[in-house]
Design a protein around this ligand. Sequence first.
Ligand code: FAD
Length: 407
Amino acid sequence: MNAPLPAEVLKQHVIDPEICIRCNTCEETCPIDAITHDANNYVVDPDICNGCMACVPPCPTGAIDNWRLVARAEAHSVHDQLGWEELPQEQAPPVAAGAEAAVAEPAAPQPAAAAPGAAVPPWSAAHPYVNLYTHKTPMTATVVGNYRVTGTDTDSDIHHIVLDFGELPFPVLEGQSIGILPPGLDAQGRPHHARQYSLASPRDGERAGYNNLSLTVKRVTEDHAGAAAHGVCSNYLCDLVKNDKVQVIGPFGHTFLMPNHPGANLIMICTGTGSAPMRAMTERCRRRIESGENGKLMLFFGARTERELPYFGPLMKLPPDFIDINLALSREAGQPKRYVQDLIRDRAAKVLELLADRNTCIYVCGLKGMETGVLDALRDVTVQSGQDWSILHDALRREGRLHFETY
Ligand code: FAD
């Protein structure tokens, strides 16, 4: 059995800078603000971290799950960690006077009090592979397709990009993401860090049986505040042409995964490029439509106008008895403003019917700001039916049935 550590010895929580993809998930998840970052690294403050493990399950790469035994007085400072290019070597455990230092296991992962979604996948999800290719060992993919999927008369320039992996293994599941390493250097003269993109294709490829996958990438021309900005990676990707080579790392993600058992229902709620994982899951189901394995599919999809909805044309061709599509348009001429949360309330009866079935999983993907609105809408429909939302919300998280991916 592991003995407790002597007070002078710290099992210091550190983040591997070579694996970390700077997605900010850990910093957002930490309930006590122990994680911070600069342009180089994400780091854990040893004076604040209490080893609660809330940040560990949500990390898509596992970079967060690193620990170093150090003498407490010699803990790696935040300043030192911000300068790391790689983790320091493991040292022999410091031995405290009169005691033999033993390795204590970190606490069991605790969901952060504020985490809206589950830290575990649905029980029947397939096993995901992660980190097969890293910053140090990226793989090279070839662009085999790149075209715009939003109206050319709109400001929203979203591309469908297909990458082929040739003979190299790149096993993925719907809901996972990959990292793209854009060429060139950042303002500090370092190689750009990877940007994450959700898969838009199912596990068996954009074209079934081919070793390829697709992404849905929005060209970033403004920052979140609306000021002009030139997004490094999104512009690089949207400008790629057929046969260009791209450096890829990943795959990432081990919780935002679809259930695999027959009869599982999906409620998918998304805006903009948040449609990527929903397209992947929907296409997975569409390809096995004849098998009779599919449960019910319900989609809430928000955009400003129809012309800004990626994949609008193919989506509307799907049979209504296969997927229940609800489009929320916030700036369509001559129509009242509608957001996904409005439609969830409008469709309360169907949403409640699905929520009552433990075979139902809910996926939310898109803009960060949609989390609160969606949770409020789910709470409202539940409360109006006389149920206790906090009990249902806890069950959905515990059972891996409610998943968020917002950025
Ligand atoms: P940067 O050069 O990093 O940033 C330029 C400026 O734009 C900065 O001021 C930055 O704050 C701001 N900015 C960054 N991102 C956005 C944004 N999305 N909207 C407006 N302003 C922004 N993006 C997709 O297009 N499709 C996806 O499927 C997708 N999946 C993601 C999945 C995960 C898990 C995460 C964490 C992110 C995902 N993203 C996706 C976002 C993507 O990783 C990049 O952040 C985005 O493409 C911007 O990168 P950039 O290099 O172009 O911009």
